[in-house]
Design a protein around this ligand. Structure first.
Ligand code: CO
Length: 463
């Protein structure tokens, strides 16, 4: 008889965000989501993760959808369920650090438009990069779920994560999330970490993993036994492989145990059958590669999360060097060690990955990307472990290293953004889109408004 600590286990479904970000290049459209919302809203999830991460960028860049409008539509269609988003702390949903006033405005608008729970994380677990976002969520009345970016290295001990969790609770976290984006957490380590976090902190603990290496559902079972409060699952049509373990499978596995989720498999099946159709269409459109559906234990060897792997392959393809993939995968842990063991998650996964590609193609540390230099200069915050000083010197020479909270060096930006984009923007939300994605958003907004004008003109001609 398995022994389970805790009461009912709660489930967050990632079907509207991480599931299709991990399996279908973030290409699920709001039209694919809305028909299922009534059923989803009736299931009784702890929350539905539906916004943030890469969805914001993908909406404008590929789907020609306004991300803010998507959020408002989902809010209207899901009146009973808490809506959750993923936010990269001071990075928001972009790829650099923004000034505090941008972070504050972005968080305020996210909550105003319908978000209830904000999962805030920082790629380096530098809590100074999470402070402003956490404070802003609290100020707007949202729930703060502060996340630890899980990784393994000589500096990432259990005590390290427990200490970070304590700091995050002090900063105001309502929930602590262990974010195992690359499925590196193994079942017995999950048991031990969750058990200790539960003993240390009197707030809910939420676990996020993927099934990339094929161990995800075992990790959840171990965590359920240790007393984890909430787990992230995905409805079966977009589950497993580089996505989350399947919701229905976890619900079935825990039925009748002390951690019964109380969710109705029939209702889940009804929701799943809608997404089965969506997945089938995406497969015929070539948006789902069979690679992401299979478990790949290599992730445990190289610590390369699924999204990063496909980036590496496409970078090598551009350089006509696809045959060097194995060399690059072997180079990633070496670069990571030289850079002080950052966890590999956006944006550090891209930075370390690109540097590994450069090292393999041009010779080790013959050249550095702009972002790699910035990371070594401390622009992203404090690197967790010791940096290889020879490598740092080669990259940035005698440049001064930033030791303070990086955002303290960024002047307020909202005024500048308003001056630059105010002419084309209709709302503060539009301004924020431009601030985060200056290469994509202004053009998107211009086109959106033009389309509107054409429609009006056409109507006029017909009167
Ligand atoms: Co994830």
């Amino acid at each position: 008889m398995l022994e389970f600590r805790g009461k009912q286990l709660y489930i967050t479904d990632t079907i509207l965000r991480d599931a299709h970000q991990s399996q279908a290049a973030t290409r699920m459209r709001v039209e694919d989501m809305l028909p299922a919302c009534e059923i989803l809203d009736d299931i009784g999830y702890w929350s539905l993760e539906c916004w943030g991460g890469a969805t914001f960028d993908a909406c404008m860049r590929f789907l020609k959808e306004d991300p803010w409008e998507r959020l408002r539509q989902l809010r209207r269609a899901l009146p009973k369920t808490k809506l959750q988003m993923l936010l990269r702390g001071q990075n928001l949903l972009g790829y650099r650090h923004y000034a505090d006033d941008v972070v504050e405005t972005f968080v305020q608008k996210s909550i105003e438009n319908g978000i209830d729970i904000v999962r805030v994380f920082d790629a380096l677990n530098d809590v100074r990069n999470m402070e402003t976002a956490i404070r802003a969520v609290k100020k707007s009345g949202g729930t703060v779920e502060a996340a630890l970016s899980y990784t393994t290295s000589s500096v990432h001990s259990e005590e390290y994560f427990i200490q970070k969790a304590r700091e995050l609770k002090t900063l105001g976290a309502d929930v602590i999330c262990v974010k195992d984006m690359a499925n590196l957490l193994l079942p017995s380590d999950a048991y031990s970490l969750i058990y200790k976090l539960k003993a240390e902190l009197d707030i809910p603990i939420h676990l996020h993993t993927h099934n990339t290496a094929g161990t995800g559902s075992m990790v959840y079972l171990a965590a359920a036994m240790a007393g984890v409060d909430i787990i992230d699952c995905a409805l079966s049509p977009f589950a497993n492989g580089s996505s989350q373990p399947g919701t229905e499978s976890m619900v079935a596995a825990l039925r009748g145990t002390g951690r019964d989720t109380g969710l109705d498999l029939k209702k889940l099946n009804e929701a799943a059958s809608h997404f089965k159709t969506v997945a089938a269409r995406m497969e015929t459109e070539g948006l789902i590669s069979t690679k992401v559906l299979r478990a790949d234990p290599n992730t445990l060897l190289y610590q390369v999360p699924g999204g990063m792997l496909s980036n590496l392959i496409s970078q090598l393809r551009q350089a006509n060097a696809e045959n060097r993939l194995e060399d690059v995968l072997r180079e990633v842990p070496a670069v990571r060690a030289d850079f002080g063991y950052p966890p590999l998650v956006t944006p550090t996964s891209q930075i370390i990955g690109s540097q590994a590609v450069l090292n393999v193609l041009m010779g080790r540390y013959r050249s550095f990307t702009k972002e790699a230099k910035a990371l070594l200069r401390g622009e992203y915050g404090q690197l967790p472990g010791e940096v290889n000083e020879d490598v740092r010197r080669r990259a940035i020479g005698g440049d001064e290293i930033i030791r303070c909270r990086p955002a303290d060096l960024i002047e307020p930006e909202m005024g500048k953004i308003r001056d630059e984009y105010g002419g084309i923007c209709r709302s503060t939300e539009d301004l924020l889109s431009c601030a985060l994605f200056p290469q994509v958003a202004p053009e998107f907004i211009r086109k959106r408004e033009n389309i509107h004008e054409i429609v009006v003109e056409w109507d006029g001609n017909n009167i």
